[in-house]
Design a protein around this ligand. Sequence first.
Ligand code: IPE
Ligand code: IPE
Ligand code: MG
Length: 248
Amino acid sequence: MHVKQNSKIATKSSSTRTVEHVAIIMDGNGRWAKERGLPRLAGHRAGTDNLRRIIESCVELGIKRLTIYAFSTENWNRPKLEVRGLMRILEDVLDNQLQELHENNVQIHHIGRLDGLSERLANKVQSATSYTRNNTGLVLNVAFNYGGRDEIVHAVKRIVAEGYNPEDITEETINRYLFTAGQPDPDLIIRTSGEIRVSNFLIWQGAYSEWHFTSLYWPEFGPEELRKALDQFQKRERRFGMISEQVS
Ligand code: IPE
Ligand code: IPE
Ligand code: MG
């Protein structure tokens, strides 16, 4: 992936100017593989290839922030072999694609917990985030070992440990202690594979996100599909509890 954000592309992105933050539940790798008579891990590999294409289009489209759900706190309950394979895939991506992401000015963040990962993998995640820290292009939040409930528990524990007076706790306080502290909420959350559920993803931050559901499996959800989802998003009216006349 060698993408240049040229002015022509930047102009194109004016059609997506209100989409600052896109989040994706990359689901359906297993079924994609099964339908092709392949092992589930082949589906995860295909999913990783697709992610590369999607990151590339986000850079081209000038989207500022992309959050991807790669491994949930509940995914630990999958068969050991699959869990091991998913850890391995993250490690491979960090080993083989970090430089390219860096050259494309991508800033990598991890959201979720590092504990539970092997020390080697945790170190690689940390070095990827510090290596790309000063990049100013696409912010890529990698939700790995992430769960929305776990994130809230983690935030509450820290707030209590810091001795907050209950009267002083606001929504802003909670925001500051989430893994996404300092980041805007997702405008659009996409879920592939036909499932219509949240599966513990950004349950606080997604309070007013728009959703896009598609029956395509994640490896099939290419840049063209992303563009379609963004186009549909442009046509929606976000009311945030108000009435149409107030927001238009
Ligand atoms: C999403 O694909 C990737 C992860 C959850 C890691 P799945 O592995 O959930 O694929 P399906 O839903 O079984 O098809
Ligand atoms: C959500 O997908 C997690 C990721 C995509 C990483 P799952 O496949 O784990 O979700 P459920 O179990 O179908 O709800
Ligand atoms: Mg799934």
